[in-house]
Design a protein around this ligand. Sequence first.
Ligand code: AN7
Length: 347
Amino acid sequence: MLGIISQYRTWLDLPDVDPVTLGEGATPLVPWATWGETDIFLKLEGANPTGSFKDRGMTVAVSVARHEGARAVICASTGNTAASAAAYAARGHLSAFVVVPEGRVTQQKLLQSLVHGAEILAIDGNFDEALAVVRRIAASNREIALVNSVNPWRLRGQETGAYEIVDELGRAPSGLALPVGNAGNISAYFQGFRRYGKGIPKMLGIQAAGASPLVQGHDVEHPETVATAIRIGKPASKALALEAVETSNGQFLAVTDADILSAQKELARGGIFVEPASATAYAGLKALRERGALPAGPLVGILTGTGLKDGETPLQWIEQTVHHTNSRTVGDTIQSLLQEARQHVAH
Ligand code: AN7
């Protein structure tokens, strides 16, 4: 069974599409820690083919677009949607156009779009403006399919993350923390838990403080955060996300860039390398714990994308440097580093 369409086809209500797949889904759910009585699991969505959760939605959106005769796909993106759209379009032999905020997408995400042959259009504006542009273009071109999460097939595909968690835990967790940018994923998970019928967790939508329209209760004109993936001020799926949080008795929560970086570091030092947007989910869980406001478990944090796509941000907290040595002295260097580590532990 390759990919989420073959795994969950009966739940997706799809037309008779031939799946465009790269084997997305079935990502690890790692038992990370137990805080008091509360078991914390982390779902590693960076393990998807292009390194983010977007692949779950993209396999469905691109399969349907091709089935309906589209020749190209288009999206606005902070990087991950673009990378995923580019890869799935290439797999399905469609063209891809991605519109991005100039200077605000990591090099590696742009590189992904380029290697898969997509056309990148960088605009002098943020994600929200890019989304407005691509909506207009897709609305007036029948052969170009819009594959942002305003396309309902994207959300249907992303529901499968919820199905997998229920299949693995035997029921829905009590709470689910995830980063919120355009608010598609939180809406998809909520829809997914509801459809699957094994309970609905408290939906905990975590935003970066500088890009937190859902916490503040109004759009943010100039969103700013180290978590470039969620630098979004006017979430398209706002209404669905509000419904998810209200109905599930959850909450929206803002965390600072400093919180995000320290969460990223803590995860990395535990073996999990995620990008800042994904660390936001974990920073939210930590913040709730510190306030004594953590719901009873089990809780799941969705780590939406790999850290390999953002090589710059960790430079803000990495302490070690490369030891320049040679084949004769490398052994001695290791001995003295071990010595240092022993002294460090002793103190
Ligand atoms: C790693 O790629 O919006 O709340 O254009 O890349 O569903 O938008 C990415 C969003 C979380 C937020 N984590 O999800 C894009 C884009 C990562 C992300 C989100 C994004 P939504």
